[in-house]
Design a protein around this ligand. Structure first.
Ligand code: NI
Ligand code: MN
Length: 219
């Protein structure tokens, strides 16, 4: 059993049997955050998709407090270095492959956005999660689906900075994860969306689960 908790915006915690991961922990200053950084305990890996403040958020502080590994693309890992994390606790990788860390496999995949954007493939306990980060719709999402066959896809649907509900619905059709969950919406006025617009039309294709910030689901 793998437990996924949404803390609002793009922040997710994933509890595998042997390790605990947090992704894009933007909690301080996030009006939809359901938890504060000092309540995050026992995390082994802090994953950051890109260096925009609504994703990097409290990642360095949480990695420090938990003695967790900070995982990101090279350019983003410089913030961890400048923030005083020891080199041993920084995993600075790049897009291209799924990498074995013993209890977990982690890989970076492309995302279409400004800066140095990435998505994550995370695999443990025979479950594979795709966190798309901030991204536009792009055709290689089909390739990501074919290659990694994710059990869960976490997709931004808010529009304005990322895919909107219609683009994200086509992304979900290309990725074909067993479970698909929307994120990166309703945090701010600019990304106000009705998630049902995303879910409509995906019946029978993927199990769409719409969480509220603070809620969890199991797969
Ligand atoms: Ni961004
Ligand atoms: Mn964002």
């Amino acid at each position: 059993m793998v437990r996924l908790s949404w803390f609002g915006h793009a922040a997710w915690q994933i509890e595998f049997r042997r390790c605990k991961v947090i992704i894009d922990p933007f909690l301080n200053g996030n009006p939809s955050a359901s938890i504060s950084p000092d309540e995050i305990k026992g995390v082994d890996y802090v994953l950051v998709t890109h260096d925009h403040s609504d994703h990097l958020g409290d990642a360095v502080e949480i990695a420090k407090a938990n003695r967790a590994k900070f995982v990101s693309i090279f350019e983003t890992s410089n913030y961890a270095r400048k923030g005083g994390l020891p080199d041993d606790d920084i995993i600075s990788m790049n897009i291209g492959s799924l990498n074995d860390f013993g209890t977990i496999h982690i890989g970076l995949v492309p995302a279409v956005h400004s800066g140095n954007p990435t998505g994550f493939i995370i695999m443990s306990d025979d479950k594979t999660i795709y966190h798309a980060g901030d991204t536009a719709l792009f055709g290689d999402m089909k390739l990501i689906g074919d290659m990694y066959k994710p059990d869960v896809a976490l997709l931004p649907i808010g529009g304005f900075f990322t895919m909107g509900p219609e683009e994200a619905a086509l992304a979900a059709k290309m990725i074909k994860a067993k479970v698909t969950m929307p994120m990166h919406f309703n945090t701010f006025e600019a990304i106000k969306q009705d998630p049902e617009r995303f879910a409509r039309g995906l019946t029978g294709i993927t199990d769409v689960r719409i969480l509220k910030p603070g809620e969890s689901t199991e797969i």
